[in-house]
Design a protein around this ligand. Structure first.
Ligand code: ZN
Length: 220
């Protein structure tokens, strides 16, 4: 393999592909007062499959490196654009009459936070998403806990599901009020649960009615 061909995550193919380095620029630095050094390298890459061009910033810092000189350089790599781990758009909001934009735009922003490894922003966003969704369904707006309580009072969710929403709300509360940095895997699980509930509450009755209308009646 040619020296200017290496494997990188192509943002269009969404997997590791062989890429050509079109151009790169490397900047070395040394500290005058301390025995530390490093470099930054900026590269334009082109996927050899789909020919998409993308950008890589690779960074090395001497303090990250073990003392064994035979070890490969320990670097961090930041790609732009990066492969999106998750994509929004799997939800249907067609039934919403009010607050569609408020719910949908926030839902999209939560995906952006997750795709950019921002669990705190995503968790705080999910807390607000639950609230906006509850208010849009029930039309009642007092506070986070009461708003999801109304969903249960009106029969949209069960008591067990209310318990789940309360836990997910508390993840967001802990970020906002207790400086908690939740694990990204927990944040993604919270989002999956609220999405399932949103589809169930929002679309479930209409979908069930539509299916029911297509079932032939029993003949005696
Ligand atoms: Zn590609």
């Amino acid at each position: 393999m040619s020296s200017n061909i290496s494997k990188h995550p192509c943002p269009r193919c969404c997997k590791l592909t062989n890429c050509v380095t079109i151009r790169s620029h490397k900047i070395h630095w040394d500290d005058e007062d301390a025995p530390i050094s490093g470099w930054d390298e900026y590269s334009i890459l082109q996927c050899m499959g789909c020919e998409t061009n993308f950008f890589l910033h690779e960074e090395w810092f001497s303090e990250w490196q073990d003392s064994d000189p035979d070890d490969p350089p320990v670097t961090t790599k930041i790609y732009f654009p990066k492969i999106e781990k998750k994509k929004a758009g799997s939800l249907s909001f067609d039934i919403f009459v009010t607050d569609e934009y408020a719910v949908k735009s926030l839902h999209d922003e939560i995906y952006k936070a997750i795709n950019n490894d921002m669990p705190q922003l995503a968790a705080a966003g999910i807390r607000t998403l639950i609230d906006r969704f509850a208010v849009s369904i029930t039309g009642k707006n007092q506070n986070f806990e009461k708003n999801i309580g109304y969903l249960c009072d009106k029969g949209h969710i069960s008591i067990d599901q209310l318990g789940m929403l309360t836990t997910i709300l508390d993840v967001g509360h802990s970020v906002v009020h207790r400086s908690n940095v939740p694990r990204m895997e927990d944040v993604e699980t919270c989002l999956r649960i609220i999405e399932l509930l949103m589809v169930l509450v929002n679309d479930g009755p209409e979908v069930a009615a539509r299916i029911k209308s297509r079932i032939p009646e029993r003949t005696k």
